[in-house]
Design a binder for this molecule. Structure first.
Ligand code: ADP
Length: 266
């Protein structure tokens, strides 16, 4: 679908998070022309790199973009934006497009976790969030990975190698850290400790989900959705299937780009 002149409309969504900067360029509000993820968030060089990078990947210039919508923690400091929307709005729009019919969206980012309820029509109806504590967020997993001398991207595979769980009983980051250190000292295999860490994070995230009635189908978005161990543990804790997408971390940026497309057409 193009405009009346038969030319394509490109819009850009920028999700400037606490841990990572994500950009998506949409062609005619449907096709993802290019995307970038920079593992550096608000207040760093990450937003500019993600922005320049996505234009370069798509082979476009700033003036080729009809509208830019920014979202995320650092959205108000992203000078390239024409429009700004909340993370909740962006994730609701993105998740409805990624997972048609989804009713519950669990967004696990670098520094917070949010649970969104969508109506059958895909409109944001209610939400709860944890932005006060690292437990059950990407930050918790990053702290634990560092103690184990692993990168967060290795946690999913490591969990898959476990035959049992080390059973990390605390959900608090500081106390769980002590438990992990004592498991290491005891010689517990790393995969078992990793599984215990995921179960601890899942207990915390599930308690946030239960603050609203869990309406299915449910999906997980945000960078942490790429961690298969965490998804398995959370699904087990909630007793349901959770949908994920390989582009889960781009959900907010995709929603922002779709918002920009809708506004560009007005
Ligand atoms: P924010 O929007 O708050 O910046 P994101 O949704 O971009 O957060 O998610 C960032 C988090 O995702 C980081 O904490 C990082 O540890 C985690 N993450 C990113 N990629 C992966 C991956 N491949 N495997 C596991 N965790 C990941």
């Amino acid at each position: 679908m193009g405009n009346a002149m038969g030319t394509d409309i490109y819009t850009l969504g920028a999700d400037i998070g606490s841990a990572a900067s994500k950009c998506v360029i949409l062609k005619n509000g449907a096709e993802m022309a290019a995307s970038t993820v920079e593992s550096a968030g608000a207040g760093t060089g990450g937003p500019a790199r993600a922005f320049e990078g996505v234009l370069a990947k798509a082979g476009l210039r700033r003036e080729d973009i009809a509208m830019i919508t920014a979202t995320g923690y650092g959205r108000n400091s992203f000078a390239e934006a024409d429009l700004v929307i909340s993370e909740l709005s962006a994730h609701a729009i993105g998740a409805a497009a990624f997972f048609p019919g989804v009713r519950t969206v669990i967004d696990i980012g670098g520094q917070d976790a949010k649970v969104l309820r969508l109506t059958e029509a895909g409109v944001l109806d209610n939400f709860v969030m944890n932005d006060k504590c690292a437990a059950g967020t990407g930050r918790f997993l990053e702290v634990m990975a560092r103690i184990l001398e692993l990168d967060v991207t290795q946690l999913g595979d490591m969990d898959g190698k476990a035959e049992q769980s080390a059973g990390i009983s605390s959900t608090c980051t500081v106390f769980a850290e002590s438990e992990v250190i004592s498991q290491l000292a005891k010689g517990t295999p790393i995969p078992e400790i990793v599984r215990g860490i995921h179960e601890s994070a899942a207990v915390r995230t599930a308690s946030l989900v239960r603050r609203m009635n869990l309406v299915l189908p449910a999906a997980v978005t945000g960078g942490v959705a790429q961690n298969r161990g965490m998804i398995r543990a959370l699904g087990q804790e909630l007793g349901c299937e959770l949908m994920i997408s390989p582009d889960s971390q781009l959900c907010g940026a995709y929603g922002a780009a779709l918002h920009a497309y809708r506004k560009a057409g007005q």
